[in-house]
Design a protein around this ligand. Structure first.
Ligand code: ZN
Length: 381
């Protein structure tokens, strides 16, 4: 993105010094090569310069690609000791300027929340100012929508007042081009929440639909690592997994131990399953769970799929007992955990409901592996 940014962006700088009265104008603004947008910015800058050329004037800017179509530019205008903000948000594809109504679905709630925050922060705020709050001065960073309030009268320090609203608390209309980010938001998951990823290996089987029923009841997502040779018979189940917000991963074709396979044999195990899943559902898995958890770095180099192991093992196939399974899981779960179950027998079906209830009571939210990886990435940023 930076490369593109550098290519399309010429910075316009002009400094005028009038030595007789020591007034300086230092003006920087971007040229985007988008006619309508450049005109608007240039005209605003010229107007501001004409109006304040007798003062110390400083204009600086911030540029952000919100996604591949939408640009957000904010100008910070410093006139002597006072600050002002002007922002421009432009959709290249639709060729139009965007207002807050084009960005956020529920502007009324946003407005209400902002005023509430303002009242809390500035107890003596004048109600007229409050009602004149303009929501159309905004910029984005990766986590927040920042709304500027040019309400210098209520701020003794004459700073620009702004309020940050976490993006994942907003129902955004614009496409962030980031499906995982959106699916976390849809599931009401904010950074800091306790999350856990439940995984089921070795299906699909006749038990998979029972598990999906239970997941649905608790609005929980999971990830199913399917075995290629079984997937043939479970096309409808696989589609249901995806339709209900869960995820499918690859668990080889024939469930052999993989560590001794040649490169070709290993690639066949993976590629056949990728093909089957894609043909049945249209979805191409990005995740791979090695059979028996066995893998080598050599195998990892043979595929682009992400290898996914687990840190909590239900041992469901081994202990075959609901209470034992629950005891193998619940005490060991922490936020970010990946739990291993198997959906090719009845034991996971019998224990999963109690486990969902208990973890939900402890504040956990249930995500797919891809969502978990995205969440961890966002937490690191
Ligand atoms: Zn397995």
């Amino acid at each position: 993105m930076w490369k593109k940014f550098l290519i399309i962006l010429l910075i316009f700088t002009y400094g005028c010094t009038n030595k007789s009265n020591n007034k300086v104008a230092n003006i920087n603004y971007p040229i985007t090569n988008i006619g309508e947008l450049d005109e608007e910015i240039t005209s605003y800058v010229n107007k501001t310069y004409k109006k304040y050329k007798k003062d110390n004037l400083n204009i600086s800017y911030k540029y952000k690609d919100i996604n591949e179509n939408i640009i957000n530019i904010s100008l910070t205008i410093k006139i002597n000791e006072n600050y002002k903000i002007k922002t421009f948000t432009y959709d290249k594809k639709k060729e139009k300027f965007l207002t807050i109504e084009n960005i956020v679905r529920d502007v009324n709630t946003l407005d209400y929340n902002l005023k509430e925050q303002l009242l809390e922060k500035y107890k003596d705020i004048n109600i007229e100012y409050l009602n004149s709050v303009n929501l159309n001065l905004f910029e984005f960073d990766d986590k927040n929508l920042r709304i500027f309030l040019n309400l210098k009268n209520i701020n003794k320090d004459r700073e620009i007042i702004h309020l940050d609203i976490p993006l994942n608390s907003l129902d955004l209309i614009i496409d962030k081009n980031d499906d995982l980010y959106l699916s976390l938001k849809k599931k009401n998951i904010s950074l800091g929440d306790k999350i856990v990823a439940i995984t089921f290996d070795d299906g699909p089987s006749k038990y998979t639909n029972d598990i999906l029923d239970i997941l649905k009841k608790y609005k929980a997502s999971a990830t199913f690592f399917v075995v290629g040779e079984k997937a043939y018979y479970g096309g409808e189940t696989l589609k249901r997994i995806l339709n209900e917000g869960s995820e499918i991963g690859n668990h080889s074709f024939s469930h052999k131990l993989l560590t001794n396979l040649t490169e070709e044999e290993f690639k066949n195990e993976i590629n056949q399953t990728q093909e089957i899943i894609k043909n049945l559902t249209g979805f191409t898995p990005k995740l791979f769970r090695p059979t028996y958890g066995g893998y080598t770095n050599r195998l990892k180099e043979y595929t682009n799929l992400t290898f996914v192991l687990w840190d909590v093992d239900s041992k469901d196939w081994k202990v075959k007992d609901k209470d034992k399974i629950i005891n193998n899981v619940v005490p060991y779960v922490k936020s970010g955990s990946i739990i291993l179950f198997h959906d090719n027998h009845e034991y996971a079906v019998n224990s999963i409901e109690d486990i969902l209830i208990t973890l939900k009571d402890k504040g956990y939210k249930f995500v797919t592996i891809s969502e978990l990886l995205e969440y961890k990435k966002l937490m690191e940023e």
